[in-house]
Design a protein around this ligand. Structure first.
Ligand code: PDD
Length: 291
């Protein structure tokens, strides 16, 4: 059990994994990344994560240094070398280093790495009792500035949002956009339930197209539950019967408090419980088919 790094394809102990201080990922956040979780050793929705890695690179005009199949092989190899039953896997690919300067054409020697670490998901109480979110004052990046659809190493927007949420005692930050529409969490997508309908902000509000969000769509629609992508206000979130957030590592976490207002009865609701069952069944089937 432990942490292992594949640096440009070479398995390395974390303390020996070194990159240049001139690397643009370090200097400017000029990199793209993915976070993947394994289940019974199988990287969940790997193809979707790799496709998003490529699309993130494309969105910032960066070429990935190796084909996606090489990343896939390195994910498998790094997880296997970690000895973890299941891993938190992070892929990072930077534009590289070179003469100091912002011009991307200066970049040489792109660095790629895969980090496999022991998985550390939220404790059972988060799922049993639910968590609190804070609607923070930090706004989500404009799509025309740094498009949130690209998962880049430039995460200060989320870092600042989460810092504010933590000072307010919340588990996760949820950011509004410049027009006051709900976007997403610092590192999660957000859903709410109103009556029979499950609602989540549309992609064009400026959010990451979460892989877990897509899986929630798939399992809900297969089960005949209605999911709609609609712009949501903070008031809508506060008035919802249920709220939950989704991300690869945390899966689906029920939210029982938005700032100072209790969501519904203040306990995880029945729609969350139903989606949780559907999601778990999907995960079990996915990993059994690929073991
Ligand atoms: N974060 N929105 C943002 C801003 C995110 O960083 C993430 C994921 C998500 C959820 O996406 P997915 O379901 O594909 O994990 C939404 C990962 C887990 C992270 O950075 O740790």
């Amino acid at each position: 059990m432990g942490t292992i790094v594949s640096l440009n394809g070479v398995l390395t102990a974390p303390e020996d994994a070194r990159i240049s201080v001139f690397d643009r990922g370090f200097l400017y956040g000029d990199s793209v990344y993915e976070v993947i979780r394994t289940y019974e050793g199988v990287p969940f929705e790997l193809d979707a994560h790799l496709a998003r890695l490529e699309s993130s690179a494309h969105r910032i005009g960066m070429r990935l240094p190796v084909p996606l199949a090489t990343f896939a092989a390195e994910v498998a190899q790094t997880h296997a070398a970690s000895g973890n039953p299941d891993s938190y896997v992070r892929i990072v690919s930077t534009r590289g280093s070179g003469t100091l300067g912002l011009d991307p054409r200066l970049a040489e020697d792109p660095v790629r790495m895969v980090i496999a670490m022991p998985l550390n998901p939220p404790g059972p109480e988060a799922y049993r009792d639910g968590v609190a979110i804070a609607l923070v004052s930090v706004r989500r990046n404009l799509r025309d500035a740094i498009d949130p659809a690209a998962k880049t190493g430039n995460y200060l927007n989320s870092v600042m949002a989460l810092a504010e949420a933590k000072t307010r005692g919340a588990y996760e930050a949820v950011m509004l956009d410049h027009r006051d529409y709900v976007t997403e969490g610092a590192s999660s997508n957000v859903f709410c339930v109103m009556g029979e309908t499950i609602l989540t902000p549309p992609l064009d509000v400026g959010i990451l197209e979460g892989i877990t969000r897509s899986v929630v769509f798939k399992v809900c629609r297969q089960a005949g539950l209605r999911v709609l992508e609609l712009p949501l206000t903070a008031q809508a979130l506060e008035a919802a019967d249920e709220v939950f957030i989704t991300s690869s590592i945390r899966e689906i976490v029920p939210v029982v408090k938005v700032d100072d207002s209790k969501v519904g009865a203040g306990v995880p609701g029945p729609v969350y419980a139903r989606i949780r069952q559907l999601f778990d069944a999907y995960v079990a089937e996915y990993s059994a088919a690929r073991k």
